[in-house]
Ligand binder design. Structure first.
Ligand SMILES: Nc1nc2c(ncn2[C@@H]2O[C@H](COP(=O)(O)OP(=O)(O)OP(=O)(O)O)[C@@H](O)[C@H]2O)c(=O)[nH]1
Ligand SMILES: [Mg+2]
Length: 423
């Protein structure tokens, strides 16, 4: 919920020798916006389980002597990269992908103007001020979508999370048992001129494509990436054969979606520090021969950083430059709204509707008009006179007359009924 605007102030100068000074009421401040900020240090939306109501500060009220109210502070809410935010009030969808990216999801209400603003040659003593308006109030649905350029895949315990932690500033949980990573995590690899988002996918096991293990739910995320790094443990603790392990993961990827089989990839042989240098080199050559010239084979160690720079360079080189990963940005924003907009446009240059709702009673509806009326205290004769002039300027009075309105009839706007007797 964004902050409401502060009220404008109704005040006149008082000085000992001036019996009646001029108007000097200051304006109310704007209410604070609610802004989502993409924050690289966050990995998930867990914190929103604990607190889910956010309210920005309201604007300060105006005061006498032309003191304006302070604007309400913007309320920033940090969300992890890959967050999709849907603003329920109007259906807008924001994708927060890059660290630092911001999206205003609720706007603060404008402040009311103080009475000084309404003074003019013909109205020297305006005895009214505007109210501030309420800020936007809406639910925001947050969903974490993986928007990764690169996906790390491999068996449980292969060293994927360790690699992510070394290549980026992410701090995924690392432990010496399989299935440590339960949900995909993202990190950003920063180079001089590019940022690549890398996703750490939970380990895949045989049968993953058919629903076994944890990896299955996340294979869909892999589809969005543009490059896969197959992380392969050179010396698995369980004594399994790296060749079999490699084949298992590749088979599961292909079974899930043949498109995955053709995604470019890099083979990262992991935990090389556990293998003596000759064996590493032999493994590299054997794998290079096996996977062919299109797949670089890089011997890596998260423990010693061996090969990590080479890996980073390879990732940057192989991920095509583009605005965002293919298929990652779904523009769902306001489909229905647009259609509605189009239907209304030819008939209505005006953004409000006038209807006769009873004997000598008329209703005017429309957001703009309703927000306008909310600004004034209609029991205040000066304010009412001012509002009438505004309504006349906008064409509302004429529209009312077309419907049969006579001076003195009742008009209802935003639930407020008043007798309108325009001059
Ligand atoms: N010696 C050594 N150990 C490593 C290296 N990389 C990872 N490990 C260890 O291997 C174990 C598994 O590492 P993780 O990074 O959690 O593996 P993972 O692939 O993310 O595993 P899951 O999340 O379970 O799929 C941990 O005990 C790590 O400390 C490495 O380069 N050298
Ligand atoms: Mg892991």
């Amino acid at each position: 919920m964004a902050g409401g605007g502060g009220d404008g102030c109704l005040s006149f100068r008082r000085e000992a020798h001036v019996p009646k000074g001029g108007p000097n009421g200051g304006d109310g401040g704007r209410g604070g916006d609610v802004v989502l900020v993409c924050d690289d240090s966050l990995r998930d939306l867990e914190s929103f389980r604990r607190s889910s109501h956010f309210k920005a500060r309201r604007g300060g009220h105006g005061q006498g002597s032309l003191r304006h109210g302070k604007d309400g502070e913007t309320l920033e809410i940090a969300v992890p990269p890959g967050t999709e935010a849907r603003v329920e009030a109007d259906g807008t969808v924001h994708d927060l992908v890059r660290p630092g990216q911001r999206a205003v999801v609720a706007r603060g209400g404008p402040g009311g103007r103080g009475n000084k603003r309404f003074a003019g040659p013909t109205h020297q003593t305006p005895r009214f001020a505007e109210r501030g308006l309420a800020g936007d109030e809406t639910w925001i649905t947050l969903q974490l979508k993986l928007l990764a350029d690169v996906g790390l895949v491999g068996l449980p315990n292969a060293g994927k999370s360790s690699l992510l932690g070394r290549l980026t500033r992410a701090h995924p949980k690392v432990a010496d048992y399989p299935f440590t990573t339960l949900e995909p995590a993202l990190g950003t690899l920063e180079t001089e001129d590019r940022q690549l988002v890398i996703a750490d996918i939970p380990g895949l096991i045989e049968g993953a494509s058919a629903g076994a293990g944890l990896g299955h739910d996340f294979l869909a995320h892999v589809e969005r990436t543009r490059l896969l790094v197959h992380v392969l443990d050179l010396a698995p603790l369980d004594g399994s054969d790296p060749f079999d392990n490699h084949a298992t993961v590749e088979r599961e990827l292909e079974l899930h979606n043949p498109r995955l089989a053709v995604l470019p990839r890099v083979l990262a042989l992991s935990k090389a520090d556990l293998v003596d240098p000759d064996a590493r080199e032999a493994a590299r050559q054997a794998w290079a021969a096996r996977v062919g010239p299109d797949t670089p084979v890089i011997v890596t160690s998260s423990a010693t950083r061996l090969g990590l720079d080479e890996l980073a360079i390879e990732l940057v080189r192989r991920v095509p430059v583009a605005e965002a990963p293919e298929g990652a940005i779904e523009v769902v924003s306001g489909g229905e709204e647009l259609a509605e907009h189009r239907v209304f446009r030819p008939a209505a240059q005006r953004s409000y509707r006038v209807a006769k709702v009873g004997d000598r009673v008329y209703r005017v509806s429309g957001r703009g008009i309703e927000r306008l009326v909310a600004r004034y205290d209609l029991d205040n004769a000066d304010a009412l006179a001012y509002l009438e002039r505004r309504l006349r300027g906008i064409g509302v009075i004429r529209a009312l007359q077309e419907e049969g309105f006579q001076p003195g009839d009742e008009v209802e706007i935003a639930g407020i009924a008043f007798d309108l007797d325009p001059e």
